[in-house]
Every structure is written in C-alpha cells, then in structure tokens.
Design a protein around this ligand. Sequence first.
Ligand SMILES: Cc1cc2nc3c(=O)[nH]c(=O)nc-3n(C[C@H](O)[C@H](O)[C@H](O)COP(=O)(O)OP(=O)(O)OC[C@H]3O[C@@H](n4cnc5c(N)ncnc54)[C@H](O)[C@@H]3O)c2cc1C
Length: 360
Amino acid sequence: MSSVTVIGGGLIGLASALRLADAGHTVTLMDPSPASGATHHAGGMLAPVAEVVYRQEDLFPLMVRSAELYPGLLEVVAKHTDLPTGYRREGTMVVAADRADSAHLSELADYQATHGMAVERLPVRQARALEPALSPQLAGAVLIPGDHQVNPRMFATALLDALHNLGVTVVRERATALPDDEQVVLANGLGAGELYPGLHLRPVYGDILRLGVPDHLQPLLTRVVRGFVEDRPVYLIPRTDNTLAIGATSREDNRPIPRASAVHDLLRDAIRLVPGIEECDFLEATTGARPGTPDDLPYLGRVDEQLIISTGYFRHGILLTALAADATLALVEGRDPGIDLRACHPHRHHKPVSKQGVSS
Ligand SMILES: Cc1cc2nc3c(=O)[nH]c(=O)nc-3n(C[C@H](O)[C@H](O)[C@H](O)COP(=O)(O)OP(=O)(O)OC[C@H]3O[C@@H](n4cnc5c(N)ncnc54)[C@H](O)[C@@H]3O)c2cc1C
C-alpha cells in the first residue's frame, strides 16, 4: 500500500482520494477550501450524449466510459457515508424553441445516432405528456434516456464525509510545492499550472442561476431539459432539494461575476421553454471557471515515478470524475487503467524542464 497526497479537493481530487482510501492506501488531501472551485458552480449533468460536440471524437470514449463507471463510484461512496449525492437517472430531454432550432436539434440527433448513442425523437405532444411544464409552443423534442445527473455540492459534501469516515487527513492549506517523498496526485483544477509548469490551463467562465421551486409548482420538471432558443443553448436541471439550476454560458472574458445581461438572457430563454419558471424563487446567480485545455481533453496521466496529474476537465469534470478516480487508482497501483489515455498525456502541449522551475 502507498502513502498518497492528493492536492486539490474539487470533485476530481475528492473522488480520487475516496477510491484510493477505499482500496487501503494512506491518503492525505490538501485544499484550503474544498469544493470551492468549478465544482461549487457546476450543473452536474452526466451527459455523454447530450454534451457531444462535433469533431471531439477523442473525448467520447472517456465520457462514455465515465458514465459506465459512475454507478460503481456511487456504490463506493455509499459504503462510507449515508449522505446523498443528488444522483438522478430520469434522463434528459432536449427541446427546440423554433423551427431553425428544431433543424439544429435534428442534425445533432442524427450525429448522435450515427455514433451509436441512444436518442429518441418525440412529438412535442408526447414530450409535454412527460414534462407538462414545457411550453406548448416548442418546435421539437428528443429524449436521451442514458444522460443522468448529480448535485455537485451535495456530492462533494458526501465525499468529504466519506473521507472523514475512512480516516483520510484533510489538510486545509494551499500546497505551494509538490511533496517529493511519496505518491502525489495533482488535482487542483486551474491551480495545477502553478505547481507544474507546462500545463496549458485557462479559465472558461460559466454563469449559473439557482431557483427555488415553490410547493404549488412541484415537480416543475422531473428530468434535465436542455434547449436551443434562437440558437442559444440553455439547460434546466431539477434537483432533489427542490431547486432548479439554469445555465449554459461559456465565456473567456476574465469577468468572475455574472453580468446582469447574462442573468436576463438565461431567465428569458428558460422561461420560453418552461413558462412556470416565472413563478420560482430567485436564490442565486454565480460564475465558475472551468479548467480548459487547448484541445478540450484533460491532462491525465503519470509524469514520473511520484507524480500523477489529473486536471483540465473543462466542461465535463463532473461526468469525468468517475473515470479520473478509477484511472488514478490504477496509475497509483501500477495497473493498466483499462482505457487508452495517450491523448490525455500531461506533456502533450509542453514538456517542462523541471517541476517547479520555469519551463523552456
Ligand atoms: C457553470 C459551470 C457548469 C458546469 N456544469 C457541468 C456539468 O453539468 N457537467 C460536468 O460534467 N461538468 C460541468 N462543469 C465543469 C466542472 O465543474 C469542472 O470540470 C470540474 O468541477 C473540475 O473539477 P476539479 O476538481 O478538477 O476542479 P475544481 O472544482 O476547480 O477544484 C479545484 C480545487 O483545487 C483547490 N486548489 C487550487 N489550488 C490549490 C493548491 N495550490 N493547493 C491545494 N488546493 C488547491 C481549490 O480550492 C479547489 O477546491 C461546469 C462548470 C461550470 C463553471
């Protein structure tokens, strides 16, 4: 068994620490404020199909594999805590606001079906039978039964409790250098580049709203609804705590606070799909920074005998948590991670000359 320090307590670091501790390794987790990064703001959709992006074929197998691994990860969580994760398996519906959006939706559904993904076109009437709160004015709908969700904040709290119950030491401090006497997993999101130069990470901001659904509207929605409204994407995520998250923005303008216009746009588009949202309580609008990489693939792999890097999960870090934790355990134990990670090698954009020095 190894002694392992995991740097970073977002979902990636927390779940990796859990799998390691569950397997009997001695784990220390370092984070001045666990789950305060992208994890705190994330939607929590586990959506390998709905999130498919054209020409990102290297990402599909990772997303699909991680979705397969999720139930197993949640079983390990449930072994060590009774706290909920907000996991819901009702699936995802994708809807179109107008005829042009409907054409876009059809193209995407064709692409998904060509890649062997389970998608089912629905007449709007049938979509509304499943989700009566949807607007009668919609132009098209597709059901994706295999795309699920967790509540990232709940899940992080459950993971921290599980780590506590497993005896993992959580050091609430910022790492300023890499420990050099044991196995280290560098999983501190956007902060990883400070400790390991050569990683090309950049913040990609996203705004997200949280609404409370009043009792008389319950359940407003039972599954995730994603939509296109005049070509703008929007998603609505109903959670087990009677809240609804609304998001979809993606921007690289270094503004860490939501613009008033972004809040307006998200609400307007969400209300167009689900008019009852007008009646909800407005609880919160926040902005998170996704750890982006130049090719949208994570940095995941071993770079020397002591160091494993696991960051750059960009738009899919909640989904890819199960894969990241599983691969990290395999890498620590010197086993084959069971999936080809060559495209994710942390040195693919720049090989650093030294861990803490300036790279050439
Ligand atoms: C608005 C929004 C919506 C999103 N929706 C989804 C979604 O629906 N589905 C999905 O799959 N993904 C989604 N994502 C992406 C997802 O949130 C990220 O990919 C994921 O949270 C990355 O997790 P992480 O643990 O790598 O990083 P983070 O959650 O950012 O955690 C990094 C941690 O490292 C710590 N840290 C930093 N520096 C140090 C240091 N020097 N020492 C110790 N600790 C340090 C920080 O305190 C932080 O807790 C969304 C992101 C945003 C912003």
